[in-house]
Design a protein around this ligand. Structure first.
Ligand code: ATP
Ligand code: MG
Length: 342
């Protein structure tokens, strides 16, 4: 079978990250990695172009993702039906669950699992409905095309996170917690994404708009610093750890409280317990965050490094860049993992 390449491109609000995954006879390896902090005067296509000029990606076919208020994700129970029946039924159901006209969205549905009959309750199936405003996707695709890329799939951020988890579990069961419920949280610059997973099954996703920018803001205000200076202190405290911890305490509690609300909601809704929390995203490196989160959710919290479980065939610089920023690269890896389904 031919060797195939696909690039997962995570267009974050502050950093773009791109991972090339190569599949050779069912074996996956990371064969290029790059990330770029988007300079303030750059447009998104400028930043993509620069990254693709600097790096040696073998293909321009990319999987990217979207999120935000024009993207709708719903988990619902439906009567048992065939996949063909689901296509039509899902379109009808969607109308009840999204705040815009069904004609204005691109949508998809997927059966997640069978729910056996119980007393007084017929057998059902759990279904995922996803929709995104057509104009929003068109704009996203236009950005990619402007940068000379060929969009293969446009995914949803939280699913990409789940796909990274699924891929790692497939490659190495030690990379995940088989059979356990894990809350994956991607804490970026402007938002936090949560996907509660058990093996390859997603139970719940949620997004809220707090992240690293809010942490920088808090440092800047509390310590009377310029935002740039606060950002530098946050990333390299160099001996000022206690001062930094005092400044970020309040905002970390806020973010952790919001993560806890999602976990609580899920646990009550599904009558299941989340076992552990895995953290990814640039802001998951913030000093003190794991401790505050552990206290808030009363569960084990660890940073998750998905790429450490996948074979990496990179030159020294790219390997170092990936290793230094492994948690930030999780989403891009999940996007590239679509290569499995091509
Ligand atoms: N060492 C570090 N310590 C603390 N915060 C960090 C560190 N390195 C990066 N960050 C923060 O991580 C954020 C960037 O992470 P990431 O690349 O995951 O975000 P993004 O994907 O661009 O944002 P979003 O997903 O919200 O659009 C920034 O807020 C940055 O300040
Ligand atoms: Mg991000």
């Amino acid at each position: 079978m031919a060797v195939r390449n696909l690039v997962g491109l995570d267009l974050g609000s502050k950093f773009i990250k791109a991972i090339q995954l190569t599949e050779n006879n069912g074996h996956f390896s990371v064969t290029e990695y790059g990330q770029l902090e988007i300079p303030p005067q750059y447009s998104v296509p400028d930043a993509i172009t620069e990254l693709f000029q600097k790096k040696k990606f073998k293909t321009k076919r990319v999987v990217s993702s979207v999120s935000g208020r024009f993207v709708f994700v719903r988990y619902i129970n439906m009567p048992v039906m065939t996949d063909e029946e689901l296509v039509n039924a899902a379109k009808y159901e969607l109308g009840k669950y999204i705040p815009v006209e069904v004609d204005e969205v691109l949508h998809d549905s997927q059966k997640l699992e069978d729910l056996p009959a119980s007393e007084g309750q017929e057998a059902e199936m759990r279904v995922l409905l996803v929709a995104a405003k057509r104009t929003f996707i068109d704009e996203h695709v236009a950005l990619l095309e402007q940068a000379g890329l060929q969009p293969a799939v446009v995914d949803v951020d939280s699913f990409a996170l789940g796909n990274a988890y699924e891929l790692c579990g497939l490659v190495n069961p030690d990379a995940i917690r088989p059979g356990k419920l894990i809350a994956l949280a991607d804490i970026g610059a402007t938002k936090t994404n949560i996907n509660i997973m058990s093996d390859s099954l997603s139970y719940f996703t949620r997004e809220f708009y707090k992240g690293g920018d809010d942490i920088t803001d808090a440092i800047s205000k509390k310590l009377g610093m310029e935002p740039r200076e606060a950002e530098m202190l946050k990333r390299s405290p160099g001996g000022e750890e206690q001062k930094l911890l005092d400044a970020v305490g309040g905002i970390l509690e806020d973010i952790c409280h919001d993560i806890n609300i999602s976990i609580d909601y899920f646990e009550n809704q599904y009558d299941k317990k989340v076992d552990e929390v895995f953290l990814v995203g640039g802001a998951s490196n913030t000093i003190g965050l794991d401790e505050v989160l552990e206290k808030t959710v009363q569960k084990k919290v660890s940073k998750w490094n998905p790429v450490q479980h996948i074979e990496v065939k990179l030159d020294r610089d790219a390997a170092q860049e990936l290793q230094n920023n492994a948690t930030q690269a999780a989403l891009a890896l999940g996007l590239a993992s679509r290569i499995r389904r091509e």
